[in-house]
Design a protein around this ligand. Structure first.
Ligand code: SIN
Length: 294
């Protein structure tokens, strides 16, 4: 598919996996024409993850302006900031830094060099972001790939017994730990999942733009299906998580400097491979504002 972006045509090239498409023929610094903006939002709805290559040298302001094509921006909540998301460097409040780089013995961003488990960004708040937009500024020579899983497809292919058991359930999305398992400052450690701090969201959510249903699991650690006996909650959650992470729903992205990847948190989870902490990885992330999941 092509559509005009100013004078340039846009090409949408699907990854061939369960989700994701590369958008070619666009310089994200130029404001897209109304038709091109519409084509980009349509491609996002259809493919859930969009990749834009070759966008080196982008400023934070340009990244913010580009993200606005997909909706108003959402700042990171305080608990993200105290977990290191963008707090130690001079960036606008809409930008969070994901990095292992240290300056004067302090990490400039969040998540370090470790593995980040499958999760949905900021799902522990009541109105989590609709989308996240991650811009690769420095990439290590190996590791640090990011995988995405299609949660519409995960629900569509779920066995009917599990789907039936959770169709009206809500799940608590833990606020106490980051996706690498680090404790957030000021949030007590969880000793009983029935007391896990964080928003309680429906396990089956409806995408507000397409009406399609998706599994919404958020984060596995300290999760609890509200009101379920703990053993039964664990059994069902294990089943749901194993199924959601099945490779048939997944696309893995190998980063290059200058890549922008935009994903839809309402229908996608992601995870990141670890990488050698002696190498550098620097990403800037913006969030598209979301509403309350239903
Ligand atoms: C994130 O979880 O938002 C960051 C993913 C990544 O570092 O690739």
């Amino acid at each position: 598919m092509t559509a005009g972006a100013g004078t340039m045509p846009i090409e949408v090239v699907p990854t061939g996996f369960a989700l994701g498409a590369e958008i070619r023929g666009i310089d994200v610094r130029s404001e897209p024409s109304p038709e091109a903006g519409e084509a980009l939002r349509e491609a996002w709805k259809q493919h859930l993850v969009l990749l834009f290559r070759g966008q080196t040298g982008l400023s934070d302001e340009e990244l913010i302006a580009f993200t606005r094509v997909f909706g108003p921006l959402q700042e990171a909540p305080n608990s993200e900031v105290t977990a290191g998301f963008g707090s130690f460097s001079d960036v606008p409040p809409e930008v969070t830094i994901i990095s292992n780089i240290e300056v004067d013995g302090r990490q400039i961003g969040a998540l370090g060099a470790g593995e980040a488990d499958w999760h949905t960004d900021m799902s522990f708040i009541k109105e989590p972001p609709a989308g996240s937009c991650l811009y690769a500024i420095e990439i290590p020579p190996a590791g640090g790939n990011t995988c995405f899983t299609n949660m519409h497809r995960a629900l569509d292919t779920l066995d009917s017994e599990t789907a039936d058991a959770v169709k009206d359930a809500r799940c608590v999305h833990d606020e106490s730990l980051t996706s690498t398992g680090a404790q957030r400052q000021g949030v007590p450690a969880v000793t009983d999942v029935r007391e896990t701090p964080g928003a309680r969201h429906p396990v089956l959510r409806t995408h507000p733009d397409t009406g399609r249903k998706a599994l919404f699991l958020g984060r596995r650690r300290n999760a609890w299906l509200v009101g379920f006996e703990i053993g039964e909650s664990e059994r069902l959650l294990d089943r749901l998580w194993t199924h959601a992470a099945d490779e048939s729903h997944v696309w893995e992205h190998r980063w290059r400097e200058g890549d922008i990847v935009l994903w839809d948190n309402r229908a996608v989870m992601h995870r990141r491979d670890p990488f050698d902490p002696a190498t550098r990885r620097l990403m800037h992330r913006t969030q598209v504002k979301g509403g309350r999941p239903y």
